[in-house]
Structures are given as structure tokens and as C-alpha cells.
Write a protein that binds this ligand. Structure first.
Ligand SMILES: Nc1ncnc2c1ncn2[C@@H]1O[C@H](COP(=O)(O)OP(=O)(O)OP(=O)(O)O)[C@@H](O)[C@H]1O
Ligand SMILES: [Mg+2]
Length: 587
């Protein structure tokens, strides 16, 4: 799969540093507040010792008690602000990741996006970022603050009594060692779980994408089983992670309890021999309690961080998608080299392969204002040729010229502004007819929009709709008819008013009368526009200024429709599509 980042926890921690670096300031504030809270906790046993010593020595308690109360209050303040700032930082961090992901996806080349499973991408943007938000910052802060707290606590215990301090140290070291081992295992399980969640989302996405087909093919059960399989695997992996975490947690608890009891037993012996005072023992026991809590937090932080890092690894995988701005470097010449050529699109000896699969072999086409129709059997490379014009992919050999300028010399966004494209499936974006017809065509006025809708033959239909232009078209335009969707897609392309119009089977779902109407309007609209239309249908070829027939990646024939009828292969293609159209057979 394309999205995988280089594995390994070290890489993840490094990438975490990279992604957190814009928030260094906030992270420092959080660390200071959290350290403040921990320091207040560490001072409390010392204050408590003074209270105990005050009682045993019958001296004044006001000072020690005031100090104890003051320190506790200060600790609470640090705690509140630390908690709040940490939460805010988590949200900012994740917002940054999400925004970066959206930009990387939108900026990626067509090939990279089409090679990535949609469900997987969705679960990275949704699920993984949520996981990072819930785990990473807290865990990271804990992993920095807690060891410092523990070290400070141990130093303080050692300063009170060397023997008991050493005992605490040994016991805590054992706990820390056990936890380090857990860290890795939980990470592996969590990453597995997230991968299966991605695949599971993919199944739902596939069902929704072809819902009618799934129903008609009666594959609901098979789809559900496939969903369940991934859900089950995610469940298993997460349960494994939960078991490991539970074990680690219990061991840590037991170890701390054991430490507490050991210190209590040995401490009482030492008090009886007079080696330490009662106040000292109270302070040390309080330290064990105060250190216990962060050590436990460390266990969960370790596993949370490993979950967060696993999610972050999947996120950085997506963030390492190639970008068009990097892969499509402009040629040396500056954008828009002036050229004396009049409006034209020239495909000059272009060859293109999808990996091992040869698609276009030395194709040359010249299109001038008017309609150029591309015909040819399915799989001949027609759609591929249009995608090279849009620079969705780059020719392996040859070049493409727009008005005499190599399109690689043009700024990508400028190139695409000058071309309108209706892709083969004609999906719509936008909730209503108005939004769909003006998508990407800013500033088209209502009068022109009306004319365009008239030209594509939708005006009468829209006039009958109660909501008119505000009628909802449904997601991808699925709530209107196939032919209406196609005409709306053509309207959108016309509304953009670009020099070149690429239509990939944009009239395939129209009845012959509407198709002829649309073709005539297009011809009228295209006096100074280059239209390149892919079609399997003859009405468009009849009306075209030029027909180019592609076959097996080569230009098989070119000319006007009547001239081409002399070619037996073209005649056969024309005859077959015409009869198919007339008899209403699907093609
Ligand atoms: N993304 C891709 N990766 C690999 N091969 C591809 C890809 N897209 C298309 N192909 C292959 O390239 C060849 C040309 O495909 P293309 O879509 O250009 O054909 P077409 O002429 O538009 O066909 P149709 O009339 O069926 O739309 C086909 O053999 C197809 O299998
Ligand atoms: Mg095609």
C-alpha cells in the first residue's frame, strides 16, 4: 500500500517532535505548570513531617499547617491550569495535523490518491487523529514530567533516610523495567487494530458507493461478513492490547503496594531502633504514595503514547503522500512563454504506460477551435489521453502544447484554469443544482447560467421543479437522472468559460434527441473554444469538425466522419454503435 510510512518507534517519536515543534512554547508552558503541580505534591510530605514533628515536640503548629495548606492550594492551581492548557494544546496539535492531512490529500497527484484505499484514508483522517488527540500530548507530558518527579521524590527520600530511599529506588526500578517491555507490545497491537478499522471503514464506503449494485447482486451478506471479519480483527487486536495494559497496570499496582508495605514494616523497625523519626517515616510513606500515582500514570502513559504513536505513524504515512507541486516541476521556461500560435491543443508523438501496461504509443493529434471527437474501442486510451492534457499524469515521451506552449511550461493551476473537464462518471459536487452547475466557476452571473442551462437542455426541466435551482441533487448527484447529471456536469464545464473543454462520454446517457440538441449547442458555444469529446456515439461524430479514432494506443484514422466511413474499421465501429443506440442496447 502506498501510504505506509517507515516503521519503528524511534521514527515516530522523531516525527512527533517535528509535528510538535510549532507548539514548543505551549508545550513549555504545560510542562512548567505540570512540574509546578508535581513539585507542590513533593513539598507536602516535608510540610507534613514538620506537622508531625511539631506534635511530638509540642511546638507551635500554626506555621507548618499554614504551609501545608498553602502548598496544597498552590498545587491545585497548577493542576487546574496545567490540565486546561494540556487539553488546549492537544486540540491545537490535532487541528494542525488534520489541516495538514487535508492539504496533502488535495495536493497529491491523481495516481497516488487513486491507489490509496478510500476507507483507509478516511480512518486516518477521522479515527487516527482522534486517537492522537486523546493520547499523545498527555502521554508525552507525563513521560517528561513523571520521571523528573520520581527522581526528585527519590532524592528527597534518600536525603531523609539512605536505607529506605535505596529500597524505594530498587523497587521502582523493577516496575520501570517491566513497563518498558509492555510499551512495544501495546503499540504493535494498536497499530494492527487501526489497520483493521481502516479496512472496515473501506467496506462501508464500498457498500455506500455502489449501494444499488450490492442490493441487486444480493451480496449484503458477503459484505457484512467482510465487515465483521475486519471488526473482529480490530476487536482481537484491541483486546490483546487491553490484556497487556491490564497486566502491566496490575503489576505496577502490586509493586507499589508491596513497596508501601515493605517501607512501612522496615520503617517501623527503624523508628523503634531510633534510626529515623516518626515524622521521617510519615514523610517517606507519603512519598511512596505520591510517587506511586505518577508511576501508575507512567504505565498508562506508556501504553497511551504507543497507541498515539501508532496512530501518528499512520498519519505521517498519509502526510508523506507525494505532492503535485513536487512531482510536476515546470520546465525551465517561465510560465506562459509567449507564442504566435492561435488557439490549439497539440498532442505531439505522446507515449504513455501505466507501469508495464502500454497505453499510448506515439499519438499525435491537433485540435483547433470546434469539436474534435475521440472514438475507439473501450480501453483504447481515450480517458488516459484526456488525463495527460490535464497533467493528471505525465507522458513518458512526446509533449503536449496548448496554444503552441508546452503545458509543462505552464503553471499547473493556470493550465487547469484554461481547461474544463467532465470526467467519465460525471460526478457532481454541491448540494443543489445551482451549486453543482457553478462548482469551480466563480462569478458566473445568473443570466449566463440561465443561458448555459438552456444550452444543455435543462432549463425546461428546472422550470418544472418546485425548488428550481435550489433543488437538491443528492451526494455525487445520485438523486437526479443519469442524463440530467451529465448535462449538469457539462453546464458546469461551460460555466467555467475556459479555452478548452474536455468531455469524457458526457452525452452517453442522453437520448438521441437530447444528445443532438446538446451537441448543436456545444458547436454553437465552441466557436472559439477547443472541445475534445470522447464518445462511443455517432451523433457527436456526425457534428464534429474532426474525428480521431484511437485503437490499441495508436491513432488509427483521422478526418471528418464522412471521410472516415471509407475506413472499414471505422465503418464497423460507427455501424455497431449506431445500431446499438437505435435498438437501445446498453454499450
Ligand atoms: N489507473 C490505471 N492504472 C493502470 N492501468 C490503467 C489505469 N487507468 C486505465 N488503465 C488501463 O489503460 C488502458 C486505457 O484506459 P482508458 O481509461 O484510457 O481507456 P478508454 O479508451 O477511456 O476506455 P473506455 O472507452 O472504456 O472508457 C486500459 O487498458 C486500462 O486498463
Ligand atoms: Mg474512458
Amino acid at each position: 500500500m502506498e501510504l505506509d510510512a517507515p516503521p519503528g518507534p524511534l521514527m515516530s517519536v522523531l516525527s512527533l517532535r517535528r509535528w510538535l515543534s510549532p507548539y514548543r512554547g505551549s508545550l513549555a508552558v504545560v510542562l512548567v505548570l505540570e512540574l509546578g503541580a508535581r513539585a507542590a505534591a513533593l513539598i507536602q510530605p516535608l510540610a507534613a513531617r514538620q506537622v508531625v514533628d511539631g506534635v511530638t515536640e509540642h511546638s507551635s503548629l500554626t506555621g507548618p499547617i499554614a504551609m501545608l495548606g498553602g502548598v496544597a492550594l498552590l498545587g491545585l492551581c497548577f493542576n487546574y491550569f496545567g490540565f486546561y492548557q494540556r487539553g488546549k494544546l492537544s486540540e491545537r496539535f490535532v487541528r494542525g495535523l488534520r489541516e495538514a492531512m487535508a492539504r496533502r490529500i488535495v495536493g497529491a497527484p491523481v495516481s497516488a490518491v487513486e491507489a490509496s484505499p478510500t476507507g483507509d484514508v478516511l480512518s486516518r483522517v477521522g479515527g487516527d487523529t482522534t486517537l492522537v488527540q486523546q493520547t499523545t500530548v498527555k502521554a508525552l507530558v507525563d513521560l517528561i514530567v513523571v520521571p523528573l518527579t520520581v527522581v526528585a521524590g527519590i532524592v528527597l527520600v534518600l536525603s531523609i533516610d539512605l536505607f529506605l530511599g535505596a529500597l524505594v529506588l530498587v523497587l521502582l526500578a523493577v516496575i520501570a523495567f517491566a513497563e518498558a517491555r509492555v510499551f512495544r507490545k501495546v503499540a504493535v497491537d494498536t497499530e494492527h487494530a487501526q489497520e483493521h478499522v481502516g479496512a472496515m471503514v473501506g467496506v462501508v464506503q464500498r457498500i455506500l458507493f455502489a449501494f444499488r449494485t450490492v442490493k441487486a447482486a444480493r451480496t449484503e451478506r458477503a459484505e457484512i461478513e467482510s465487515f465483521d471479519r475486519h471488526a473482529e480483527s480490530a476487536y482481537r487486536a484491541n483486546v490483546r492490547a487491553a490484556r497487556t495494559s491490564a497486566l502491566a497496570d496490575t503489576v505496577a499496582y502490586a509493586a507499589v503496594d508491596f513497596t508501601f508495605l515493605m517501607i512501612l514494616a522496615i520503617g517501623v523497625l527503624r523508628v523503634s531502633t531510633g534510626a529515623v523519626g516518626v515524622g521521617d517515616l510519615v514523610a517517606i510513606l507519603l512519598y511512596v504514595v505520591y510517587i506511586q500515582e505518577p508511576v501508575e500514570a507512567l504505565t498508562s502513559s506508556a501504553s497511551r503514547l504507543s497507541e498515539g504513536l501508532a496512530a501518528l505513524r499512520r498519519i505521517t504515512g498519509l502526510l508523506s503522500m507525494p505532492q503535485e507541486s513536487e512531482t510536476l516541476r515546470p520546465l525551465a521556461a517561465p510560465a506562459g512563454t509567449p507564442s504566435a500560435e492561435t488557439r490549439s491543443v497539440k498532442v505531439d508523438r505522446v507515449s504513455f504506460d501505466y507501469g508495464e501496461r502500454k497505453v499510448l504509443r506515439g499519438v499525435s493529434i491537433e485540435a483547433r477551435p470546434g469539436v474534435t471527437v475521440l472514438v475507439g474501442p473501450s480501453g483504447a486510451g481515450k480517458t488516459t489521453l484526456l488525463s495527460l492534457l490535464e497533467r493528471f499524469a505525465e507522458p513518458d515521451r512526446g509533449r503536449i502544447l496548448l496554444d503552441g506552449v508546452d503545458i509543462r511550461e505552464l503553471d499547473l493551476s493556470d493550465l487547469r484554469r484554461r481547461i474544463s473537464y467532465v470526467q467519465q462518471e460525471a460526478p457532481l459536487l454541491g448540494a443543489t443544482i445551482h451549486e453543482a452547475a457553478t462548482y469551480g466557476a466563480d462569478g458566473v452571473d445568473e443570466h449566463r447560467l440561465g443561458r448555459i442551462l438552456e444550452a444543455v437542455g435543462l432549463a425546461d426541466w428546472i422550470a418544472t421543479l418546485p425548488d428550481g435551482l435550489a433543488t437538491e441533487v443528492g451526494e455525487r448527484g445520485l438523486r437526479i437522472s443519469g442524463g440530467q447529471r451529465q448535462r449538469l456536469a457539462v453546464a458546469r464545464a461551460l460555466a467555467r468559460d475556459s479555452e478548452v473543454l474536455l468531455l469524457d462520454e458526457a452525452t452517453s446517457q442522453l437520448d438521441p434527441i437530447n444528445e443532438r440538441h446538446l451537441v448543436r449547442s456545444l458547436t454553437r458555444e465552441s466557436r472559439d473554444r477547443v472541445i475534445i469529446a470522447v464518445t462511443h456515439r455517432m451523433p457527436l461524430a456526425h457534428e464534429a469538425d474532426q474525428v480521431v479514432m484511437l485503437r490499441a494506443g495508436l491513432v488509427h484514422a483521422r478526418g471528418r466522419h464522412d471521410e472516415l466511413l471509407a475506413d472499414p474499421d471505422y465503418r464497423e465501429l460507427a455501424a455497431s454503435t449506431t445500431t446499438a443506440n437505435h435498438s437501445g442496447h446498453p454499450r
